[in-house]
Design a protein around this ligand. Sequence first.
Ligand code: FES
Ligand SMILES: [Fe+2]
Length: 416
Amino acid sequence: MTPVTTPADLVSRRAVGQSLEAPFYTGEEFFGLDIEAVFARHWIFAATEAEIPEPGDYVTVTLGPYSIIIVRDDDEDVRAFHNVCRHRGARILNEDRGSVGNIVCGYHLWTYGVDGTLRHAESQAPDFDRKCFSLKSVHVRTVAGLVYICLAQEPPADFDEIITRVEPYLAPHNLARAKVAAQIDLVEHGNWKLTMENNRECYHCVGHPELQQCYFPTYGYAEQDVPAALRPTYVRFLKTDADARTTYESLGLPYAAIEELDNRPTGFRIQREPLDGAGESYTPDGTAACKRLLADFPTARLGRLSFHTQPNAWFHIMADHAITFSAIPLGPDRTLVRTTWLVHADAVEGVDYDLDTLTKIWKATNDQDAVFVARAQRGISSPAYVPGPYSPTEEQVEAFVNWYVTRLKAHLERQR
Ligand code: FES
Ligand SMILES: [Fe+2]
């Protein structure tokens, strides 16, 4: 009889420098493990503050079997609760987003405030104590307008330190006071880790002709590894980068790379880098897509602030707009990629920005990435698949996988 290969076996025999074995991407067992070991234990980017500008505004987020309500309370703070009624457990809010005065369960009308306290429950015994039945809260932190949640009882403790280090980069862009210009949900037909791995490299960027109009595809290459075809672009990048640093320094904008992707519970990376073309934004010619800048910057030519957090998010933040991306697993071979475009709260569509111009490059790029991810999933699902080697330019893919395997290993050890 062939011995059964367990997830612990697969984790312990993982070969560094190579892609993972197939079951990590295809199996129901790993899907459940990923939810418990990763999505239920770590800080997950779940929404932007711009999606819930007013008290009572909420979004719901699904992570495997969990549903979480993220709501702005009457003090304008962001709160998060499990979307499970304290009466007999019904899911309370069943829309992706909305606005409420109170959070009312549609089953027997238990009524909670937006601070999670139970305010009303009809026909109770005299000794019923409403104070004992508040919604179960979920840890939530806002990072310069980005909303992170953590389902663990004790979230990774390193997040506060990270916030302190990244807020000086993010805060000048005023994301907490921005508005949503567009949000697009795309379901990729691949495992969430393939979505993330694909995001963490530009080795495939020849497949993104629109993106390459304004993005330097030399990103991630050490000088000696830059392919001959990219040499002229690389030379232009070096010059643009030197000019951009002068601008950042004169404006007091931090730009240096901090890369701690796989050596801590909340892996992250942040860096301000130039864009190609006019250097202002993700548009076909690189000029700003929104005339009204996110803040009172004296120039729109700030390139992009690139921010990554493990396990599920990446961001591009320019002078004129910001784009947030989250990857949420829906099943072993399906992943929701949510892309949100933020502009200044007073920017007017059709006057300050044209929606098509604003979203064009990343709509095209996301669609192309979805094809790559689906192809990877299909190929990996073949019995002929064996793990292959990472190129040096896929260093961040490897960092993501290192981070992931470390989390999974720790989870499996806790279960022993
Ligand atoms: S289950 Fe929510 S009120 Fe009964
Ligand atoms: Fe891509």
